[in-house]
Design a protein around this ligand. Structure first.
Ligand SMILES: Cc1cc2nc3c(=O)[nH]c(=O)nc-3n(C[C@H](O)[C@H](O)[C@H](O)COP(=O)(O)O)c2cc1C
Length: 305
């Protein structure tokens, strides 16, 4: 019997499918729906110290190959969100809190507020492509990245800390190394990739913010490449793959490339929450057909050739 349970940096998941940050992980009611739909875990919307309103509409654009969004990290702020999480009762899947900010102090403020029993780990969002000083600028400043990671780790009460990376930075493996050396327990790749779209009738950019982040199938092969590169260098570290996953075959590909687990984002907007069970069934069928007893046996196998 193929087992889908995985343990990622000490966090036990009933299956390797985690809800990606920014997709439904913003209210307790939605998180309950995600748990019931079969997810192995949840990453919350990125939470900042102060509430953020986000950008004006339009903030979201559907493409043939995915989406471009520039929400602007709207969220209710750490104090409010901690109360929202406390409303969850009889909740059994692990929550990973995604935290954002631009200074180590802002990050540790949020981490301290969200240190509640249901939160089993933290994901540092160091890779938002469209909010000034809250994303890829952090990855571009190696000293700042290192300070943020070590300060979040120092207040995390030994909960695992993940750093979410961007494919927009050339030497993503080096940044992964800095994150791990600074105390991160694992890496998540990738966030959306900076993009834009033009409205030919209005003759101007579609999004109010001009630039947004590209997600969905358009980024899948980039995300897979990053996971493959990271596994090459850090085969023993927890790596979580995210980007364009829509079907069970995509999940198998990411695991063979080296992912310990994966996250689903845009596909939820396209197919709804039933996609969790649909993918789980497919992965299980594949594992049984191929004789894999567990996810760990499959992990990284694409590197043997
Ligand atoms: C509408 C939307 C909002 C997002 N918000 C966040 C966010 O708050 N924090 C974050 O780290 N990533 C955020 N992301 C990025 C996703 O978590 C994910 O890394 C990216 O979309 C690639 O995965 P996908 O192709 O499965 O969507 C967002 C993505 C979308 C589409």
């Amino acid at each position: 019997m193929a087992k889908l349970e995985v343990t990622v940096a000490g966090i036990k998941l009933r299956n390797p499918l985690i809800l990606a940050s920014g997709i439904l992980g913003i209210t307790s009611g939605l998180m309950v729906r995600v748990e019931r739909a079969g997810a192995g875990g949840i990453v919350t919307k990125t939470i900042t110290k102060k509430p953020r309103e986000g950008y004006d509409n339009p903030v979201f654009l559907e493409l043939d190959v995915g989406y471009i969004n520039a929400m602007g990290l709207p969220n209710p702020g750490a104090d409010y969100f901690a109360e929202e999480l406390r409303k969850l009762e009889n909740f059994h899947i692990p929550i990973i809190a995604s935290i954002g900010g631009s200074t180590p102090e802002e990050f540790t403020y949020v981490a301290n507020k969200l240190k509640i029993p249901l939160v089993k780990g933290f994901e540092i969002n160091a890779s938002c492509p469209h909010v000034s000083k809250h994303g890829v600028e952090i990855l571009s400043d190696r000293k700042l990245l290192s300070e943020i990671v070590s300060s979040v780790k120092s207040v995390s009460n030994n909960s695992p800390v993940f750093v979410k990376l961007s494919a927009m930075i050339n030497d993503v493996v080096k940044l992964g190394e800095i994150a791990l050396e600074s105390g991160a327990d694992g890496l998540v790749a990738i966030n959306t990739i900076r993009a834009m779209a033009i409205d030919i009738w209005a003759k101007k950019p579609v999004l109010s913010n001009i630039y947004g982040g590209l997600s969905g199938p358009a980024v899948k092969y980039v995300a897979q490449r990053v996971i493959y590169e990271l596994y090459n260098v850090f085969p023993d570290k927890p790596l979580i793959g995210v980007g364009g996953i829509e079907k069970w075959q995509d999940v198998v590909e990411f695991i063979l490339a080296g992912a310990s687990a994966v996250q689903l984002g845009s596909v939820i907007a396209k197919k709804g929450l039933t996609v969790f069970n649909e993918i789980i069934r497919g992965v299980k069928m594949y594992m049984e057909q191929e004789g894999f007893r567990n996810i760990e046996e499959m992990r990284g196998l694409a590197h043997r050739t």
